[in-house]
Design a protein. Structure first.
Length: 254
């Protein structure tokens, strides 16, 4: 059954909610800057046993905050953002339940099976999450790397999902075109993920209400989990409260 998954997005050393497609070297369009640090949110999620959440570092300058979150709830949060073969072990040792990898897996815009094998040897399949965040193209969706600015030739389709599922524990997929806009989820993508993902998958992008949890559950046959960011009350949103999401998870677990 579809679960709500929490998040902590870090940008320039602060907990923020941004418009995903706007992220570049100069900054990003920002929906919300939190007065609290990452440890505050990690503790909040720990208190309510909201498992499977992710801490994402959007660009440089976020390591200190990320490590604070991971140490606040050891084994309770996943970490992504600049993860590669040089630092993956460090984040796992710091308390990450899993590491989330995207850009490292691409070399010259091409997916590298060699790099996937390299990092899998370090983390183990059971602690590795592949971030297949994507943008919509004429043919469907293609993985976007480098803070979602570079659209690769690798399609997010049944063939890719099946092949990559042999090498990781989960997928995390941001729909970069709708991320942070609170304009609704990409329903076609959610439906595809429900039909084609043989392992757990979390979708993020555009969620704005409790109705979207119901919609993801319905479209995916309960196979896709949902992250809600900018619409959530703890990030300045008015679409849905954390309490409602907690209640949803409790109902789904019965």
């Amino acid at each position: 059954m579809t679960q709500f998954r929490p998040c902590i997005d870090l940008h320039q050393g602060q907990v923020k909610q941004i418009v995903g497609g706007s992220l570049n070297d100069k900054g990003a369009d920002t929906n919300y800057v939190s007065p609290y640090d990452a440890a505050y949110y990690a503790d909040l999620y720990r208190q309510h046993n909201l498992t499977g959440g992710h801490v994402i570092a959007l660009g440089p300058g976020n390591k200190e905050q990320a490590l604070k979150a991971l140490s606040t709830w050891p084994e309770g949060l996943q970490f992504g953002g600049g993860v590669n073969d040089q630092n993956a072990a460090e984040f796992i040792e710091a308390g990450a339940s899993h590491v989330i990898v995207t850009s490292y897996l691409f070399e010259g815009g091409q997916f590298s099976w060699e790099r996937l094998e390299t990092i899998k040897k370090i983390t183990g399949k059971e602690r590795l999450i592949l971030d297949l965040s994507c943008r919509r193209t004429e043919s469907g969706w293609n993985i976007a790397t480098d803070r979602w600015q570079t659209v690769t030739e690798t399609a997010v389709d049944a063939e890719t999902l099946s092949a990559l599922s042999e090498h990781c524990a989960e997928f995390l997929i941001h729909a970069a075109d709708v991320e942070g806009l609170q304009a609704g989820i990409d329903q076609d993508l959610v439906k595809l993920l429900g039909e084609a993902c043989p392992i757990p998958v979390t979708y993020a992008g555009g969620a704005r209400s409790l109705e979207d949890l119901k919609l993801v559950d319905q479209l995916s046959g309960g196979k896709v989990d949902l992250t809600i960011g900018s619409a959530l009350d703890i990030f300045g949103g008015s679409g849905v409260t954390l309490a409602e999401c907690i209640e949803w998870n409790q109902q789904q677990a019965k």
